[in-house]
Design a protein. Structure first.
Length: 204
């Protein structure tokens, strides 16, 4: 029977444990209120903000259900202008890369499969895949769980808007990363239940 693999588990949770007396941690003091309130999203071009048009300017009033202080969503016009500016900047970057690498081909179009693949790779790396030979895998089990849950949210929210091929890809990736998570957590549980090695006894 082979030895149980050894893992280095990283816990990246960003909260503090309860106080020693069992009470919940004291929340941090709220930051001082700002004297100026943003008027909402604005187009940013070359480091400066474009002046919003009179008919699109809106007061910064939180929408129902939003957290206090969250600016309103951008208008369709603001989103379109920012998208155009982004695409122009991306094209300038591609032209610069082509000038330095004349033989470079056109970049592939980004598809839904690329998004799913990105989550898959992130989850597998967080579960220790890709470690160099002879090195102990570094496992971020909490980060892996979060990434897998994000894939689940993506599947739930996009189900009615995907092609059959995209659904098969997403379902297959979800099945694989969840299975890897189950196997890894089982190994970690077995390793945690093993008694620590006894210290060597001194000579009499």
């Amino acid at each position: 029977m082979s030895e149980t693999p050894k893992f280095t588990v990283i816990d990246r949770r960003k909260f503090k444990a309860e106080d020693d007396d069992g009470s919940a941690p004291t929340p941090a003091a709220e930051p001082a209120a700002k004297t100026e309130v943003s008027a909402g999203p604005q187009l940013v071009v070359n480091g400066s903000k474009a002046e919003p048009e009179a008919e699109t300017a809106r007061e910064s009033v939180p929408e129902p259900g939003n957290q206090e202080g969250v600016p309103p969503a951008p208008t369709a016009e603001e989103s379109q202008r920012q998208k155009d500016a982004y695409e122009a900047a991306a094209q300038r970057l591609e032209d610069l890369l082509r000038a330095q690498n004349p033989g470079m081909g056109a970049p592939p179009a980004i598809t839904f499969e690329h998004l799913v693949q990105q989550f898959y790779v992130s989850a597998m790396i967080q579960m220790g895949a890709g470690a160099q030979d002879g090195q102990r895998p570094r496992v971020d089990i909490v980060g892996a769980r979060n990434t897998i849950d994000l894939l689940g949210v993506l599947a739930q929210k996009t189900r009615d808007n995907l092609t059959d091929a995209e659904i098969r890809t997403l379902d297959s990736v979800l099945f694989e990363v969840r299975m890897a998570f189950l196997e890894l957590t089982s190994m970690i549980s077995v390793q945690a239940m093993q008694p620590p090695p006894s210290p060597p006894q001194g000579r009499r």
